[in-house]
Design a protein around this ligand. Structure first.
Ligand code: NOJ
Length: 524
């Protein structure tokens, strides 16, 4: 498998730092806590950890509002703690990816403080400042993704600034070459600190229409949806000039050897794949989020897999994501039994999988009492299902009450459920054991890592496909329904089933029984 890059062979694990492990009792996770849990991740069998933002921040959007791109927030530790964390991860054979948040800074970043200080400040043009519309009011109709107008009036200088998210997150002006240079320096700062790559926040939003034209109304808008769905984002996202920026980020990383560039991009596949660039000069992996809101039906998933595989350009490496800090957890979306099937799916599809912390123990969305809501997305637009606290609850390590070993203090969010790493550790039928078995099998099977994917098909509730590489052929069958089903197969041997007892059993030529919620991988 040596011709592949590490990020093609490997499995990525996302840590949401506030919620992984607290070491100092303040109820919020930190770097020392994360470091102490690295052996757990090595044993789980993942190859890289992506850490959501840990930079100094007023935490209006929990770190996605960065006040200093080249330091660590004291809440999480120090640069020395980060170095220790990265060294320890590397020592255990794992890569370290950081979250790069270039679209917007915090309104408390010195760049923005300068920019807003006067109209002729040299950094004025580092952000998007506009005069009011001719009749007064915001310059155009652009909406914030956190609700309301995306334009904030600045009394002192008599202009509006643009923010795609919170007013505390002003958008940088990526048409300004100085901004591009400053951000390039940020990448280099972390690359020089040994970081193995970046997940780039909202990569497809970096450039906005140069003429600031109004977005057209969205004919498919349904009442109850968030405000920004009222419009098509014709002029605020996926602008052609963004690809030049992606290319320059890729070029910087290339100077440092094998480093990975992952783009957070929520776009339909035809637009998404353009972010790969031409001949590998774009993002290594524009995140493929299709599983996050897929209808959990074999036919639907089969179509999605086939279409994605067909759409990918020759040089493009696929990837799949099952969960992240912005979307409901898989165990809550499809139920615990099907979350096991989903684990097999994620780890047998062609391409790099990204796991979200806690999904390996089947953590479900937490129930957040109204007086404990933290997420600004929920606070600004309550009741429309935007809140992301449920999927950000503390990692459940053990049975200690009330915080499951996450903190000795008062946790910033309540623990979601009773299960834990400790409970599942020695149980061969647990979700954790399933993930460990899957990760081990994947690591040792070239067909799973780099084999082609073929014969993707759905028969009723059963999804089947094959992976093959140099004479090795694997058959994968997933029963996505709630009843037993039959599946046609060649003769073979079950390498792994979600029902632990079936491993090693023969698979008959012809019809084989798949229990409700069973998924298996067989050598055929
Ligand atoms: C995407 C991040 O994943 C999300 O958590 C954040 O609120 C927005 N970008 C703004 O940075």
């Amino acid at each position: 498998m040596s011709e592949l890059a590490w990020w093609q062979r490997g499995v990525i694990y996302q840590i949401y730092p506030r919620s992984f492990q607290d070491s100092n009792g303040d109820g919020i996770g930190d770097l020392a806590g994360m470091s102490s849990r690295l052996p757990y991740l090595a044993e789980l069998g993942v190859d890289a950890v992506w850490v959501s933002p840990i930079y100094p921040s007023p935490m209006a959007d929990f770190g996605y509002d960065v006040a200093d791109y080249c330091n660590i927030d004291p809440m999480f530790g120090t640069l020395a703690d980060f170095k220790q964390f990265a060294d320890r991860a590397h020592g255990l054979g794992m890569k370290v990816l950081l979250d790069f948040v270039p679209n917007h800074s915090s309104d408390r970043h010195p760049w923005f403080e300068e920019s807003r200080s006067s109209r002729d400040n040299p950094k004025r043009d580092w952000y998007l400042w506009r005069d009011p519309a001719p009749g007064g009011g915001p310059p155009n109709n652009w909406q914030s993704r956190m609700g309301g107008s995306a334009w904030e009036w600045d009394e002192r200088t008599g202009q509006y600034y643009y923010h795609a998210f919170l007013r505390e997150q002003p958008d940088l002006n990526w048409r300004n070459p100085q901004v591009r240079r400053a951000m390039d320096d940020v990448l280099r700062f972390w690359l020089d600190h040994g970081v193995d790559g970046f997940r780039v926040d909202v990569l497809w939003l970096l450039i906005k229409d140069a003429q600031f034209r109004d977005n057209p109304p969205n004919p498919a808008y349904e009442p109850g949806q968030p405000d920004h769905h009222r419009q098509l984002h014709t002029y605020t996202e996926d602008q052609p000039e963004v690809h030049d920026i992606v290319r320059s980020m890729r070029a910087t990383l290339a100077e440092y050897g094998q480093r990975v560039l992952i783009g957070e991009i929520y776009l339909p596949v035809p637009q998404l794949i353009r972010y790969y660039g031409a001949n590998g000069d774009g993002a290594d992996m524009p995140f493929n989020f299709q599983l996050l809101n897929a209808t959990w039906h074999a036919g639907e998933i089969a179509r999605m897999i086939r279409d994605y595989d067909t759409a990918l350009p020759e040089h493009a490496w696929p990837n799949w994501v099952l969960g992240n800090h912005d979307n409901p957890r898989v165990a809550s979306r499809v139920g615990l039994a099907q979350a096991r099937v989903a684990a097999v799916l994620l780890l047998t599809l062609r391409g790099t999988p990204t796991l979200y912390y806690g999904d390996e123990i089947g953590m479900t969305d937490g129930v957040i009492p109204p007086d404990q809501v933290q997420d600004p997305a929920e606070i600004r637009q309550p009741g429309i299902g935007q809140g992301r606290d449920p999927e950000r609850t503390p990692m459940q390590w053990d049975t200690s009450l009330p915080n499951a070993g996450f903190t000795t203090g008062r946790s910033w969010l309540p623990v979601a459920s009773e299960t834990s790493v400790h409970i599942q550790n020695g149980d061969p039928s647990s979700m954790l054991s399933l993930y460990r078995r899957l990760l081990k099998l994947r690591r040792n099977n070239a067909a799973l890592v780099q084999g082609a994917i073929e014969h993707v098909a759905a028969y009723g509730d059963v999804l089947t496909y094959e992976r093959h590489h140099r004479g090795q052929r694997l058959f994968i069958a997933l029963n996505m329904g709630a009843a037993d089903a039959e599946v046609e197969s060649r003769e073979g041997v079950v390498l792994l089933s979600t029902f632990a007892g079936r491993d090693g059993q023969p698979l008959r030529q012809g019809a084989n029984r798949l229990a409700a919620g069973e998924a298996l991988i067989a050598s055929v």
